[in-house]
Every structure is written in structure tokens, then in C-alpha cells.
Design a protein. Structure first.
Ligand code: S3P
Length: 432
């Protein structure tokens, strides 16, 4: 078990961030059902995406990893996946489990989806219920609310489904199932959940269409075209470095080629609203996704209120936003974020519990938290709860807390940000 020990100090310099986790998962799953060889460069080699890699291999897909950091994924076409002889292990990855459920629902074979102790606690009913409406034959623990889930395989039909929560995982699950269903599948979303799936599937020639907040898909008449992509940097990983540089005195940080898809960059908008000194240049595009270089320096932050449909655009960034809020002047309120309670951990409870150990004035509410600031944080021994994003948020807090902060069981950062410590060290962080 690794303890991350960190003392105050600025982040200075220029760095790239690891590749986008959401896009990496999708590139494996979508390339698996494309016709021919896909090439994926700069993929994320983290724990969650390795789980997806293992799963597609179990479905008979050959994936070669070159030493130059490229995957060659030998797609088996829409109807070429093989019945897996063993369970499909998603380890800690909720994205893998939920997207895979959509893919398995429409296959003509039996499959079983399993996961780690952490993943076995996370809700699956959100995908099982609509998939059963489509006619999928699914059995699972607690009536299909929890993993393991088993799919008998068979014919499914399109539905018109209004999602009760804004979730890219549910949306993507149903779009995948929709490509194997008879008739049209329509998914209506209550908020702008990340749209990588529809961007990538459209680029591969799938018949996916958007009309306002509704998406439709049907069985493709042509095979899906293989991918040839370079995955952009993950905004969700950049967020920790951005947040640190926005509050730790004397920081001056440049992040290169970060994905800045509007459905992902809610934290950037929040930082700007709080008065942080952030700018963006060198706009580009990768996989039909906007990218940019970000420059951030410490600013005088004001408290803000976050809530409503836009919460989904920074849902993964809310633990580190809580750290930012401890340094903002006034009362910061986060509401409409009950989804945080069903992430890798109950991120409302774990963020509040751990930040309080550092002296933060933060209170949990049923659907978010309230923070009073600014507060001088004081280093302490804190715990990761096995949650990568909480761990990195605590590291940001440690970069400004007086004295030393020790984060226990910090190895989970590699689920999404392998090399986190190395990047921090290169930027001058005070690690020991
Ligand atoms: C993800 C979607 C989000 C996010 C997760 C990755 C994805 O979850 O929290 O880290 O890649 O689709 P929900 O869509 O379930 O909110």
C-alpha cells in the first residue's frame, strides 16, 4: 500500500496529461465491433481501461499493443463477437460494466459481467431496467440491481426511453444496444452528459442522430468503419493540476492538448466564474473533439453556487471543486449532485470526511455540500477510500495545507492517472 506524502509548494512548468479515460474505453468497445483494424494512439494505460481491454479480448477481439504506444484492434464486425468462456471482469470500472451491458444485451450468446468489491456495490438497475424493456433477458444479484449480471442473449427491440438521471454511461449503453435492436431506439437525456459515444459512433458511420435532447439509433446498414485516432488529454485529469495551480501561491502551469469538449469542461467554466486566472490557446481537434492548451495561475477566488442540469459537466470534478471552495471567499454551494453518492465511493460523504481532517469547513447535504471559505488548511493523515479522484483532490489540498499531508492507500490514482506522482514531482511539487 502506498502512502502519498505531500507538503506545500507550487506547480510550475508545462506538461501533457494522461489520455482521456472515457474515449479510451469507447475506442476499445467500438473498435471491437468495427469491420477491420483500428489504430488507437496515446490511449490511457490505466487500471479502468485495462479492464476494458481484458473484456474485449475475452470476446475474441485481438488487440496488439506496440512499443510505440499504439493499439491495433482487430474488429470482428457487428456480428462477430465470440461467446466468452469466462466471466467478463470489469474490475473497478463502472463505465466498462455499463457500456458492456448494452453490448451484451443484443448478442446471440450467454455472458456474465462481474467486478471488484467496489464495483459490486454500484447501481446497475439504471441499465438493467431499460435493457429489460428492450427485451433483454438479464439475471443479477438483488433482482438485477447489482453485479454480477448474466445475459442469456437473444433478440431485442428499440424503445423510446427518458433517462431519469443524466448519465453518459446509461446513454451509451442504450445506444450500443440500439445497434442490435429491431426498430428505432430513442434516448432522451435530462442534462448534457458527455457526448463522446455519439461523436465517435457517428464518425464510424453508425446511424446515430440528435434532435434537441433526444438521440436515436438503429441497426447500421453498413459495417462500422475502423478508428484511426490519437486520444486527447483527459480534462478530468487536467482538473487536479488546474485546481492546484489556481490556489497554490506562486504556481504557473501550462497544460497541453487537453480535451475541452463542452460536456466535460464544467470545472473550467466554474474556475472562470470564481475569478481564477485561466486562459486557453492553441485550439485543435482530435477524434472530432476540441482540444486546447490551458494556462493557469493563482487568483482571488469568490464562492459560487453550482446546480441544475450543468452538474453533469463537472460531476467527476466535484471532489477537487470542494478543495477549491475551501479557498474561495464566501459560501460555496453544490446542489443537484446526488449522483456523487453512487460513484467509486459516496463522494459526498468521503470528500466531507477527509477534507474536515484538514480543517475544511464543509457540510454534506443530501445532494451536495456547502463550504465556507477561505480556510487555512492544516496537513493531516487522510485516507483514499480506494477512490482515485478523492485521492488526487486530497493531494491538491496537501499542496496548500500547512505542514505535511499523508494520503493512505493512494495507489488507486492509477485507475485514471498513472504517473500522477511523477507528473507532480516534475512540476516541482513537494513530495517525499
Ligand atoms: C463516464 C460517465 C460518467 C462519469 C464516469 C465516466 C463515461 O458517469 O462519472 O467517470 O465515460 O461515460 P455517468 O455517466 O454514469 O454519470
Amino acid at each position: 500500500m502506498t502512502t502519498l506524502i505531500i507538503a506545500p509548494g507550487p506547480l510550475v512548468g508545462t506538461t501533457a496529461v494522461p489520455a482521456d479515460k472515457s474515449i479510451t474505453h469507447r475506442s476499445l468497445l467500438f473498435a471491437a465491433i468495427a469491420e477491420g483494424e483500428s489504430r488507437v494512439r496515446n490511449y490511457l494505460d490505466g487500471g479502468d481501461c485495462r479492464a476494458t481491454l481484458g473484456v474485449v479480448r475475452r470476446l475474441g477481439v485481438q488487440v496488439d499493443e506496440s512499443s510505440a504506444g499504439e493499439w491495433r484492434i482487430h474488429g470482428r464486425g457487428l456480428h462477430g463477437l465470440q461467446e466468452p468462456e469466462e466471466a467478463l471482469d470489469c474490475v473497478n470500472s463502472g463505465t466498462t460494466a455499463r457500456l458492456l451491458a448494452g453490448l451484451m444485451a443484443g448478442q446471440p450468446f450467454h455472458s456474465v459481467i462481474v467486478g471488484s468489491e467496489q464495483l459490486r456495490k454500484r447501481p446497475m438497475r439504471r441499465v438493467v431496467e431499460p435493457l429489460r424493456m428492450m427485451g433483454a433477458d438479464i439475471a443479477g444479484r438483488d433482482g438485477g440491481r447489482l453485479l454480477p449480471l448474466s445475459f442469456r442473449g437473444g433478440a431485442i427491440s428499440g424503445i423510446d426511453y427518458e433517462m431519469p438521471v443524466a448519465s453518459a454511461q446509461v446513454k451509451s449503453c442504450l445506444l450500443l444496444a440500439g445497434m442490435f435492436a429491431a426498430g428505432l431506439t430513442v434516448v432522451r437525456e435530462p442534462g448534457p452528459a458527455r457526448d463522446h459515444t455519439e461523436r465517435m459512433l457517428a464518425a464510424m458511420g453508425a446511424p446515430v442522430r440528435r434532435l434537441g435532447s433526444a438521440l436515436s439509433i438503429e441497426q447500421p446498414r453498413q459495417p462500422l468503419t475502423p478508428l484511426d485516432i490519437t486520444v486527447p488529454g483527459d480534462f478530468s485529469s487536467a482538473a487536479f493540476l488546474l485546481a492546484a495551480a489556481a490556489v497554490v501561491p506562486d504556481s504557473d502551469l501550462h497544460l497541453t492538448e487537453v480535451g475541452v469538449n463542452p460536456t466535460r469542461r464544467g470545472l473550467l467554466d466554474a474556475l472562470i466564474e470564481m475569478g481564477a486566472e485561466v486562459s486557453m490557446d492553441n485550439w485543435g481537434e482530435a477524434v472530432g473533439e476540441p482540444t486546447g492548451d490551458l494556462h493557469v495561475r493563482p487568483g482571488h477566488l469568490q464562492a459560487i453556487t453550482l446546480g441544475g442540469a450543468d452538474i453533469v459537466t463537472l460531476i467527476d470534478e466535484l471532489p477537487v471543486f470542494a478543495v477549491l471552495a475551501t479557498q474561495a471567499h464566501g459560501t460555496t454551494v453544490v446542489k443537484d449532485a446526488a449522483e456523487l453518492r453512487v460513484k467509486e465511493t459516496d463522494r459526498i460523504a468521503t470528500t466531507v470526511e477527509e477534507l474536515r481532517k484538514l480543517g475544511a469547513r464543509i457540510e454534506a447535504t443530501p445532494d451536495g455540500f456547502v463550504v465556507e471559505g477561505p480556510t487555512k488548511l492544516v496537513g493531516a493523515r487522510v485516507h483514499s477510500h480506494g477512490d482515485h479522484r478523492l485521492t488526487m483532490a486530497l493531494a491538491v489540498a496537501g499542496m496548500m495545507a500547512e505542514g505535511v499531508t499523508a494520503i493512505e492507500e493512494a495507489e488507486c490514482v492509477s485507475d485514471s492517472f498513472p504517473g500522477f506522482e511523477r507528473v507532480l514531482a516534475r512540476l516541482g511539487a513537494n513530495l517525499s
